[in-house]
Ligand binder design. Sequence first.
Ligand SMILES: [Zn+2]
Length: 285
Amino acid sequence: MTLPFVLAAFSLFTLPMVSLSGRSQSTANTVYEVYALGYAIYPDYPTSSFVAGADQTRKTDAQMMFWLIKGPGGRTVLVDAGCYHERFVKGQGLKDFIKPTEALAKLGLSPGDVTDIIISHLHWDHADGVDLFPNAKVWIQKDEYAYYTGAAWQTGGRHGGIDPEDVLTLVRLNTEGKVNLVDGDDREIIDGIRVYTGGRHTFASQYVGVRTAGGTVVIASDNVYLYENLQRRAPIAQTFDADSNLRAQERMRRIASRPDLIVPGHDPEVFVKFPKPGNGVARIQ
Ligand SMILES: [Zn+2]
């Protein structure tokens, strides 16, 4: 991966751009702003379903959120898309729900402004909103797509948390040419935005590293549910295997420029640690 990337960056960007314009327009310095956007609370969720080994009596008001990566030139990338259908909002008893598009509107952005959606995994609370953004290209791991459109629904398959209607929506988006299947680990899918696999929260979940002015932010999504997973070095409770999750957490510590730049998937503390601008929006960097 490293060598072809370096060669491509050198030959395509650095030389021609500098010589033509007289100043560097190399995209290698592209930096992004990263935000967490809250869209609901899942009240009284058992903490032991988040953190393996946690006291069975503890409960967490789980923060439902997705993330915005805002780049130059109108590049507007979401990591996950929340949910909005009644079967989840009412069916799961979500509180303080706002549609993901309304959460985005708090930053002055319209659904049509979203250029890309990186789906970390296909659980309903992350993927159901994927069709709210008409101009977005969707990025999902090829193995995640293949498994949940196929073998997951065969005898012996596992599809807990995966909604059949969401799967059909994704297949439709694919037939419309709007889905990019990411082939594996450590892929820079957009300049300065890299996806990683390894934590098997679902069949092939991915997490995201983003270059910002303040260093690399890791959007862990559910590969880390709560800060407590990181602090106690405890695997997430819902995973194909605990070892892959612990390895992913260790790797995130190396990828992120600072430990507090690893953003967990459901921790309300995200909005306490990063209180600005507020009103359900947290600017991470
Ligand atoms: Zn989740």
